[in-house]
Each structure stands twice: as C-alpha cells, then as structure tokens.
Design a protein around this ligand. Structure first.
Ligand SMILES: CC(C)(COP(=O)(O)OP(=O)(O)OC[C@H]1O[C@@H](n2cnc3c(N)ncnc32)[C@H](O)[C@@H]1OP(=O)(O)O)[C@@H](O)C(=O)NCCC(=O)NCCS
Length: 174
C-alpha cells in the first residue's frame, strides 16, 4: 500500500477482465471502478488498514485521479467484495497502490482475480515491472504477493507512520 506522502485521464484500454473462482451461490464479477463505488471502497479501505494507514477520502480521491491510475472492483450480487488500485508510473513501470478484499470474503480468489485484471491492463500499456509496498508484519499480504510472483527487494524502514517498516516487492510481468 502506497502512502499518500509517497505520491482517469488515461484512455480506456479494452482488455478481458479475468474472473475469480466462482461460488455457485455467490458469483463474483471483476469490473472497472466507477465513481459511484467511491464511498464503498473508501469504507472498505478503512476496514482493511489501521487508523493512519488507511486512506482518507482526500488521499484516496487523489490516487484515483492520478495520471496513469486505474482501479477495478469485485462485485457479488451488487455488493463490493474488494478493489485494486494501480498506476502506470513510467512507460514500463507499474505500481500497486492498494489491494483490499473484505475480511469475510478472503481466500476465495478475489484478490488474485483483481490483481490479474490490474496486471493484464498494466501489461497492455507496456509495463514490464510492477512494484508495491507491504507492511513487514502483514503475513497474509506477504504470502499473497509471493504466491502471485512478487519478490522482496528491500526493506523501507519507518515507511508507515514513520514507525512501521515495509517490504518493497517487485515482479517482472511475463
Ligand atoms: C492480501 C489480500 C488482498 C488477499 O486477498 P484474498 O482474496 O484473500 O486472496 P486470494 O484468495 O486471491 O489468495 C490467493 C493466494 O494467496 C495466498 N494467500 C492469501 N491469503 C493468505 C493468507 N492469509 N495466508 C496464507 N496465504 C494466503 C494463498 O496462496 C492463496 O491461494 P489459496 O487460497 O489457493 O491457497 C487480503 O488478505 C486483504 O485484503 N488483506 C487486507 C488488506 C491488505 O493487507 N492488502 C495488501 C496490502 S499491500
């Protein structure tokens, strides 16, 4: 998760959005973020991170409006179960700003499906390397990113709130 300190006018690329593992009782769809989703993703982000690390409304709006930023949501029967926000930083570099899945819907492939959609879009823009930051004590996220092919490239001391360390992780898109 990128801090506000460290930081859609882009054209819409037409890409197929991969879908998560389907639960017959609760089918999940990944679709591009729309402005009407803002309040729900804001609240989800507040639930996913501790105070001070979760984004303010202002911070989240700022990241969504950044040049090169793009987001997707996972929807289940009209309810949002997760979202991902990424940006193309330079022509061949991408950044995962945040990826949030509702606590009661984790381990159902939703995070993977959101990330796959984001990576496919980044790759279609010409991005070759994607980076992100994650708290060193966030074991679930670390396992998730490693499973998705991201490698720890270094530690960022005091990255969160000038107090908590983060790993810098990177992946080469194939
Ligand atoms: C990290 C997060 C996005 C993962 O989302 P998810 O939808 O639960 O992940 P998936 O179900 O797609 O998991 C894909 C794989 O990642 C790994 N994984 C995910 N969560 C894991 C956990 N808690 N422990 C171990 N491995 C895990 C597994 O290999 C999993 O595959 P499997 O379920 O077939 O074994 C979710 O836990 C979350 O939103 N956490 C809070 C916010 C956060 O920390 N975001 C990342 C910030 S950088």
């Amino acid at each position: 998760m990128l801090t506000p300190e460290a930081c859609d006018s882009i054209r819409r690329a037409v890409i197929a959005v991969p879908q998560p593992k389907q639960d017959a009782l609760r089918p999940t769809t990944v679709r591009p973020y729309e402005a009407k989703d803002f309040e729900v993703i804001y609240r989800l982000d507040q639930q996913c991170y501790p105070p001070g690390i979760a984004y303010s409304r202002f911070g989240l709006r700022m990241f969504l409006a950044e040049p090169g930023a793009r987001a997707w949501v996972a929807e289940e029967g009209g309810a949002l179960a997760g979202f991902v926000l990424v940006r193309q930083v330079r022509s061949t570099r991408g950044h995962v700003i945040t990826l949030d899945v509702r606590a009661d819907r984790r381990r159902h492939g939703i995070g993977r499906a959101l990330l796959t959609a984001a990576e496919a879009w980044l790759a279609a823009q010409g991005v070759r390397r994607v980076r992100l930051e994650t708290a060193v004590d966030n074991q679930a996220a670390l396992a998730f990113w490693q499973r998705a092919g991201y490698e720890v490239k270094g530690t960022l001391p005091g990255y969160y709130l000038d107090r908590d360390d983060a790993y810098r992780m990177e992946k080469e898109l194939g």
